[in-house]
Design a protein around this ligand. Structure first.
Ligand SMILES: [Zn+2]
Length: 281
């Protein structure tokens, strides 16, 4: 999954420090990130090379430290800068084509950048906000309002019916493959209640024996995803929610193609079923 970057290690404790030329620099314009073209793909620019391409030096640097992976830090410049030759602003999905360190680091930096971009003004009094100098928060110097990074919980569930798995395709997903039922946790409910509600809303099915599978950060939707397995309870007739899904069906184990498990817990849950594992092994 995206956060499994061993032998590399994410160091996400808060601190304030200056960059090295070899650290990564994420410039974010409110929706997209400035990336450097490299062959057929993109890489995250380094502080030194991006400053140089802009005719600037480290003395001109205006970004701030986010976190590091091993000894290489990720810095953020949340102002829109003009893209130099060989650079382009790209959407978050571009990170998914990068190596594990840049995929995790870039997407997580963009997650923080998105949160900062949404909180330039206080939601309570409208005053201009500032970043805290002792924790990862944004504070209002006028009324004292404190805003922490937005991490919205999501549940995803592999619903089994004998040797069949409930699979679905979300209308908004540009990837045409079938995945699992998932959705944001609503106010006032537990993770397990969210599983019951989402499966009923999206597929019209009841489930039982809900069991925790694992979790992962999902910076692409400012989320933390909790994965579960469950069994069908009763009638297997699918009543698909047309506003959310384009497809929902029971798929036999032998008809499920292989899924890559290096990025998403969704694919791990599907592979877990396809290979015939139970939650205990
Ligand atoms: Zn305020």
């Amino acid at each position: 999954m995206i956060h499994e970057i061993a032998p590399h290690k994410l160091n996400n404790e808060f601190k304030v420090c200056d960059p090295k030329p070899t650290d990564f620099l994420v410039c974010y314009d409110g929706a997209k990130t400035l990336l450097k073209k490299s062959g057929d793909g993109y890489v995250i620019p380094r502080v030194g090379e991006l400053l140089e391409s802009q005719g600037k030096s480290l003395d001109d640097f205006e970004g701030h430290y986010l976190f590091s992976i091993d000894d290489t830090a990720f810095f953020l410049d949340n102002r829109t800068v003009e893209a130099p030759e060989g650079y382009e602003y790209m959407g978050n999905r571009t990170f998914r084509g990068m190596n594990p360190v840049e995929r995790m680091g870039g997407a997580t930096a963009a997650h923080i950048a998105h949160w900062e971009s949404l909180n330039k003004f206080c939601g309570r009094c409208g005053n201009v906000t500032i970043r805290s100098d002792h924790e990862r928060s944004i504070i209002c110097p006028k009324c004292g309002n404190v805003v922490y990074p937005r991490i919205s919980p999501v549940v995803i569930v592999a619903v089994r019916n004998g040797d069949k798995l409930l699979m679905a395709h979300n209308i908004d997903n540009p990837n045409p493959r079938l995945f699992l039922i998932s959705g944001f946790v609503e106010i006032g409910e537990s993770l397990e209640q969210a599983v019951h509600r989402e499966v009923m809303e999206e597929a019209g099915l009841r489930v039982k024996n809900i069991r925790y599978f694992g979790s992962q950060p999902w910076p692409f939707s400012d989320s933390l995803i909790a994965g579960f397995t469950a069994e069908l309870d009763g009638d297997d007739t699918i009543r698909m929610q047309q506003e959310e899904l384009s497809e929902a069906m029971w798929v036999k184990r032998e008809d499920i193609p292989e899924y890559e498990t290096d990025v998403s817990i969704s694919c791990c849950l599907i592979e877990n079923f396809r290979r015939g594992y139970t939650i205990d092994n």
